[in-house]
Write a protein that binds this ligand. Structure first.
Ligand code: GLU
Length: 498
C-alpha cells in the first residue's frame, strides 16, 4: 500500500497540501504502507526556487513526514519530475505508435482563434483535430503551423466517464478534450507525468483534491492504453472560503501554510483542525464526540467511508480554540521552547538565551499557559520579565487607570513587602520567605484588611507597576519570579513617577 502527495512548487506551500498529506498519511500509517513526497515541477513558468524548501519545512513542522522524497531519497528516485524527463519519453512513443496519441503543430494563435469561434457559436470547446492523421509536411502546408509540436491524446468517443471513488462511490466527469501530454518544450504535462510516476512509483491509492475529478477519466485512459493497473481513487473535498469559493492564496492568507506558524498556531492544533474539516469527531467510550485528538488517534480509526465529501469551510474560530487547548496540554518546558522563536522575533530574548533566562522563561510560561490562544500573544506577557526595571514602560491605558489613592497603595505595598525575607525558604505553600503565598498574604493583610480596599482596586496599580500593563500574568507569582529587589524597584519607580 503506497500513497503520495504531489505538490507543485509554485510559491508558498498551500494549506491544501498539508490537508492532503494528512489524509494520505492517516490511511498509510494505519495500513503500514509508505508515503511518498513527489515534486511536480514540470510547469516551468510557475516554478519558484524556494518553494520546495518551504514545503519540507512546513510539512515537517506539522510532523507529516514522508518515507521517500527528493530530500530523503528512496528506491524510486528521483522524486522531482524535472529530473525524470527521460522516463516519460518511451511512454509517449508507445502512445503515438499505438495510435492513441498524435503530434499537433497548431500555433497558439490558431488555437486561441478556434476557441473564440467555438465560444461565439456556442459549440463545445476543444481541439478540432486538424493535425490528427497528418504528417508534418501535410500539416505545414496549412495555416497556423509552428515548428515545435506538442503531443495530444486521441480521446475516443466512447471514453469511460465514470469511475469508483473510495469517498464518493460512483463519480462521473465531463468528456475530456484531446489533452496535451507532451509540451513543445519537451516537458510532459501533469496528466502524463502523474500517470507514469504513480505507476512507476507503485502508488496504490491516489488521494487528491476534488478539482482533479475531471482529469481522472483521462488518467484512466492512459492507464488502459499503456496496459497498466490504475490505482484506487480518493478525491477529497476542497477547502472553501466562507463565501464557498475555493480557498486561494490570493483571497485568504490562511491558504498559505507558512501563515499558521507566523500567527502562533501550534502544529498539533492545525493537524487536528485539518482532520476535523473533512472528518467527524472521534467518539469516546460513552459515544460522546471528542473533537480534540492526536494524529495517531485519527490514523488508528481512519475510515474513508467517514470522510464528508462536501467542501468544508475554514472556520478559524475553531482553530483558535483548538490551539488554546493544545497550548494548555503542553508541558511548560516544551511550551517555553516553542515560544523562543516568537520571543526572539519580538526582541524579548536573544537567539541564545542563558540558562538563567531559560529557567525564568519556564516559570513565566507556566503562569501564562492558560492565558494564551496564540503563541504570538506571548511576547507581550513575557516581555516585562526580561526588561531592566528602569526600562519597563508603563502603557498609557494602564497609567490612565491609576487613581488618587494609588500612591498610598504603593507605599503600603512597598512597606509590607520590604519586611518579607528576601529568600524563598522553599517550604511549599508556606507563607515564609519571598514566594507567592507570602506575598499574597502580606498584600491582602495590608491593603484589603488594613486599608479596606477591594482586591481588584488594590492590586490594579501593583499589576501596572510590575508589568506596565493593565492585564498581566497572576500578580503574586509574577512578583515571586521577578524577585524582591526587582519588585520593589518597580513599585518605587511607579510611586516616584506620580
Ligand atoms: N501536482 C498536482 C497538484 O499540485 C497533483 C495532483 C494529484 O495529486 O494528482 O495538485
Amino acid at each position: 500500500m503506497r500513497t503520495r502527495v504531489a505538490p507543485s512548487p509554485t510559491g508558498d506551500p498551500h494549506v491544501g497540501t498539508a490537508y492532503m498529506s494528512l489524509f494520505n498519511l492517516a490511511f498509510t500509517r494505519q495500513q503500514g504502507g509508505q508515503f511518498v513526497l513527489r515534486i511536480e515541477d514540470t510547469d516551468r513558468a510557475r516554478f519558484r526556487e524556494d518553494s520546495e524548501q518551504q514545503l519540507y519545512d512546513t510539512l515537517g513542522w506539522l510532523g507529516l513526514w514522508w518515507d521517500e522524497g527528493p530530500d530523503v531519497g528512496g528506491p524510486f528516485a528521483p522524486y522531482r519530475q524535472s529530473e525524470r524527463l527521460e522516463t516519460y519519453r518511451p511512454y509517449v512513443e508507445r502512445l503515438i505508435e499505438s495510435g492513441h496519441a498524435y503530434y499537433c503543430w497548431c500555433s497558439k494563435e490558431r488555437l486561441a482563434k478556434m476557441r473564440m469561434v467555438q465560444e461565439k457559436t456556442k459549440q463545445p470547446t476543444g481541439y478540432d483535430r486538424l493535425c490528427h492523421g497528418k504528417t508534418r509536411e501535410e500539416r505545414a502546408a496549412l495555416p497556423g503551423f509552428t515548428e515545435t509540436p506538442v503531443v495530444r491524446m486521441l480521446v475516443p468517443d466512447d471514453v469511460e466517464l465514470s469511475f469508483d471513488d473510495v469517498i464518493r462511490g460512483k463519480v462521473s466527469a465531463p468528456r475530456p478534450d484531446d489533452q496535451v501530454i507532451l509540451k513543445a518544450d519537451g516537458f510532459p504535462t501533469y496528466h502524463l507525468a502523474v500517470v507514469v510516476d504513480d505507476h512507476e512509483m507503485g502508488i496504490t491509492h491516489v488521494v487528491r483534491g476534488e478539482e482533479w475529478i475531471s482529469s481522472t477519466p483521462k488518467h484512466i485512459l492512459l492507464y488502459r492504453w499503456l496496459g497498466l493497473k490504475p490505482p484506487e481513487w480518493a478525491h477529497m473535498p476542497l477547502l472553501r472560503n466562507p463565501d464557498k469559493s475555493k480557498i486561494s492564496k490570493r483571497k485568504n492568507p490562511a491558504a498559505r501554510l507558512t501563515w499558521f506558524r507566523e500567527q502562533g498556531y501550534v502544529p498539533e492544533a492545525l493537524v487536528n483542525f485539518l482532520a476535523l474539516l473533512a472528518y467527524p469527531p472521534q467518539q469516546d467510550a460513552d459515544g460522546h464526540d471528542v473533537e480534540v485528538f492526536t494524529f495517531d488517534e485519527f490514523s488508528k480509526s481512519f475510515d474513508w467511508g467517514k470522510v464528508n465529501p462536501v467542501g468544508p469551510i475554514f472556520d478559524l474560530k475553531k482553530l483558535e480554540w483548538l490551539n488554546g487547548v493544545c497550548i494548555r496540554s503542553l508541558d511548560a518546558g516544551e511550551l517555553a521552547s516553542r515560544l523562543l522563536p516568537y520571543l526572539e522575533e519580538a526582541g524579548v530574548l536573544s537567539g541564545n538565551p542563558s540558562l538563567g533566562e531559560l529557567g525564568r522563561l519556564e516559570a513565566v510560561t507556566a503562569l501564562i499557559q492558560t492565558r494564551m490562544a496564540l503563541l504570538t500573544e506571548a511576547p507581550a506577557l513575557v516581555g516585562p520579565f526580561f526588561v531592566a526595571d528602569d526600562q519597563l514602560e508603563i502603557q498609557p491605558d494602564a497609567r490612565a487607570q491609576l487613581r488618587d489613592d494609588t500612591p498610598r497603595v504603593l507605599d503600603e505595598a512597598i512597606r509590607v513587602l520590604g519586611d518579607i525575607d528576601d529568600h524563598d525558604k522553599g517550604l511549599l505553600g508556606m507563607d515564609s520567605g519571598w514566594n507567592a503565598a507570602a506575598i499574597e498574604a502580606a498584600l491582602r493583610g495590608a491593603l484589603v484588611s488594613g486599608l479596606g480596599m477591594k482586591p481588584r482596586v488594590a492590586f490594579g496599580p501593583l499589576r501596572t507597576a510590575i508589568s506596565g500593563a493593565r492585564v498581566s500574568p497572576p500578580l503574586f507569582e509574577s512578583m515571586q519570579i521577578l524577585g524582591k529587589t526587582s519588585t520593589l524597584n518597580r513599585l518605587r519607580m511607579l510611586r516616584d513617577s506620580l
